[in-house]
Design a protein around this ligand. Sequence first.
Ligand SMILES: [Fe+2]
Length: 335
Amino acid sequence: MPWARAAASLLGAAAPAAAQGVVNVYSNREPGLYSATLEEFTKATGIKVNAIFSEQGLAERIRAEGANSPADVLITVDIGRQREAVDLGIAQPAKSETLAANIPAQFRDPEGLWHGLSLRARTVYASKDRVQDKAITYEGLADPKWKGKICTRSFQHQYNIALVAAFMVKHGEAKTEEWLRGVKANLAKRPSGGDRDVAKDILAGVCDIGLGNQYYVGLMREGKNEEQKKWGEAINVILPSFENGGTHINLSGAVLAKNAPNRENAVKLLEFLTTPEAQRVFADVNYEYPVRPGVPVNPLVTSFGQLKADPMSVADVAKLRANASALVDKVGFDR
Ligand SMILES: [Fe+2]
């Protein structure tokens, strides 16, 4: 990732304890998604933002920095990473009524240790040419009618771990194991690549359906890569649901760092990220669903259908990640 290079510290000048009028952000997300929003925040509040961007290792870095860490806010994707920050002991509760009002309860930690900012649906990519189905359940992916027809990235990847953990919340461990064995039996090839490769494989006729997050379809179809445009155009996006439930949702989000030297400014920034203006950036730049109800979804994403998120608490999903990973290993899903 080219932006990983931006990790070269912009924080050098930030004095950890005494700084005023600043907020220090560590972000796992691409600078392109955040830079304009952070500038708007500075315009609106006068608070200067120092941001470092790196794809990995920021939570560990904050822990290593300990009490002297300049980090105020950590921005990450995936419920796994939010939870990891909490487990590393680098988060503190934000205790903000504004955040509680703007973010539905199922998408934030009950104690306020992490906050969802945007949502991602684990969807099914389906061949436009070869798949007639308009509705699919997650349970149905184990139906033998899909034998030899499913592609996916590794099931140990955090997106699929979260899906398996959600399946466990719904159905318990034994049924989840059975389901995993069924889906594995339907695979067209060994799990590999990323979500975009699923669309690529569908175009190539390797498989007919596969799992992928909705935003990659926007990035493929409306991005600059001509090859990827073809992958994106080869598929329909189906919003699957659990039987008697809704679509599995993951999220991007943020935590307030435990030793945040600029705590008040950090909470102001978190609150700003839930304003309609900031929420629209997630929708329009990255094709995500805004976490705040009522903020418009990008038209391309709307074309996939009306999202009906499963009502389960994402915090419950996070708790079962390790069990989900062990189960994926047990059935040899990736082998
Ligand atoms: Fe992603």
